[in-house]
Design a protein around this ligand. Structure first.
Ligand code: AMP
Ligand code: MG
Length: 486
């Protein structure tokens, strides 16, 4: 099989990666293959059998034109700098250029040790592989920038974590795997020339419109800040908590990357944390904008040698860009919340938004259902909202205020309700559903997983047969904890 690879990173960035090979799986078996995505990428698997696909997407057989390599990177993990991380359990096979001209990395995750594995085994267990597949496909369907999942293959080997688990390999597709931590690695160990080379590569690959600006590295900082503000606003808008916003898990492309202990919250609470390793709540739901700010300050630091090399005055501008992040984020976030509330023309003051989140928190309201219930209210049906509230008039003052704004809109309430349903999902991968699906899959029954995958691929498309997928976890579920565990 030949993917028509065009490996720009391998060919032009020698010294920024280490060549590596995949381990041989003992009995690869195809679990999932994303034919729609393969088509979008222009990867022609023709009439390949499942056995052939399993060999390729487990690393047993290298497709023609692959240049397998592990990327070097560093990163701040929970606020502390680790100078040497890198792809310890991932192998970049190469890049494909889709029919529309977009370039994508094709990467195996869990295919065995690399020069960056340190003490790790380079492997992945089936649970986290399927979790990433499900979460990333749900995010894509929700319209959130994200890496995608092309295939999941069981290796037939056991992977030792707290217990032994069946091993698996995920094929991840990303517009690139270059992270804030990639810049940090070359800034820390090599200095300005390497940072300039990396920045130039990123600009050529992702943002060619910046190449002709006065200081392209400064323009890159500005662009990445903008993309990260949009990304984190998307996360907040769907109740998503990434869980490990370390700088090595922040892609400069602006895609959600490295799905580990991430999860969606049911009841709204800004302090929600699911990850077992986030004891201090550094990456809690409501802290994500502050962490975005902190991470972009680290990105600016890593870029400074390049910014300074073009123009020493650029350093002051970089500081300003970083200092303006809270304001910039708030503007993006408020615009997103307005759309969720059906306020398409009217720009309410921030107090409508602040008081909404305070009321959702006070009343423990299910975040995803709430916005669909508001749209039902516009259709004259209050039952759904009532069911979400502890008492029928729990949010009456806020609802009255919101109605005043709705009445100022040009569209009719029914039209606004339809617009709201286009941006507020019915279905997200709720924790209790994810756990049940993964539990069954680990025991060999993929049916619940496949059904959930189908549901979350249609997040806005309400269907009566999927009613059980729409509500919060039953009271006896939880408290919920997630693990990195790949
Ligand atoms: P992550 O949890 O994905 O942010 O990973 C943090 C770092 O640990 C990265 O450099 C990974 O490549 C590395 N890592 C995580 N799990 C393993 C593993 N099983 N084997 C080798 N390296 C790993
Ligand atoms: Mg990572």
């Amino acid at each position: 099989m030949d993917f028509a690879f065009d490996n720009s990173f391998h060919d032009s960035m020698e010294g920024f990666y280490a060549p590596a090979e995949a381990a041989k799986p003992s009995a690869p078996k195809l679990l999932l293959f994303n034919h729609d995505l393969a088509q979008r990428l222009g990867i022609d698997v023709g009439c390949a059998s499942d056995e052939q696909l399993a060999r390729i997407f487990s690393g047993e057989e290298m497709p023609g034109g692959a240049n397998p390599l592990a990327l070097a990177y560093a990163g701040h993990q929970f606020g502390h700098f680790s100078p040497q991380l890198g792809d310890g359990r991932a192998l970049l096979l190469g890049e494909v250029v889709a029919p529309d001209g977009a370039r994508f990395d094709v990467q195996l995750k869990g295919s065995g040790p690399t020069p960056f594995s340190r003490n790790g085994d380079g492997k992945a267990a089936i649970g986290p592989v399927l979790r990433e597949y499900l979460m990333s496909e749900a995010m894509a369907a929700l319209g959130v920038p994200t890496t995608r999942s092309l295939a999941a293959v069981a290796t037939g080997d056991r992977v030792q974590r707290e217990q032994a688990h069946p091993g698996a390999v995920l094929t991840r597709i990303a517009s690139s795997h270059i992270r804030v931590g990639t810049f940090q690695f070359f800034a820390a160990h090599f200095g300005a020339d390497h940072v300039v080379q990396l920045s130039d590569y990123v600009i050529r690959r992702h943002f060619p419109d910046l190449a002709d600006t006065a200081n392209p590295h400064l323009a890159l900082l500005n662009r990445v800040i903008g993309l990260q503000c949009e990304l984190v606003a998307c996360w907040l808008g769907i109740g998503f908590i990434h869980g490990v916003m370390n700088t090595d898990n922040v892609a400069v492309s602006g895609e959600t990357i490295d799905y580990g202990p991430c999860a969606f919250m049911d009841r709204f609470s800004v302090n929600t944390v699911f990850s077992s390793i986030d004891a201090n709540g550094r990456y809690a739901y409501g802290r994500q904008p502050q962490i975005l700010h902190w991470n972009m300050a680290r990105f600016a630091e890593a870029l400074l040698p390049a910014i300074h090399a073009v123009d020493p005055d650029g350093v002051e501008t970089a500081k300003d860009l970083v200092n303006e992040i809270p304001e910039r984020f708030r503007a993006v976030w408020h615009q997103l919340v307005r759309a969720k509330l059906g306020l398409l023309e009217d720009a309410p003051d921030a107090s409508l938004i602040d008081s909404l989140f305070a009321a959702l928190e006070d009343n423990g309201v299910d975040f995803t259902s709430f916005f669909r219930a508001l749209a039902m209210l516009l259709r004259g049906e209050g039952a759904m909202l009532e069911k979400l509230l502890p008492t029928p008039d729990a949010m009456a003052p806020w609802i009255a205020l919101w109605w005043e704004h709705i009445e100022r809109e040009a569209l009719s309430p029914l039209e606004i309700a339809d617009a709201m349903d286009g941006v507020n999902p019915v279905y997200v991968p709720r924790n209790h559903l994810v756990e049940a699906a993964l539990g069954a899959a680990e025991g060999g029954d993929m049916a619940p997983f496949l059904e959930l995958l189908e549901v979350v691929r249609h997040p806005y498309d309400e269907r009566p047969v999927w009613a059980l997928f729409a509500g919060p976890a039953p009271a006896e579920f939880g408290p919920y904890k997630t693990f990195c565990g790949t």
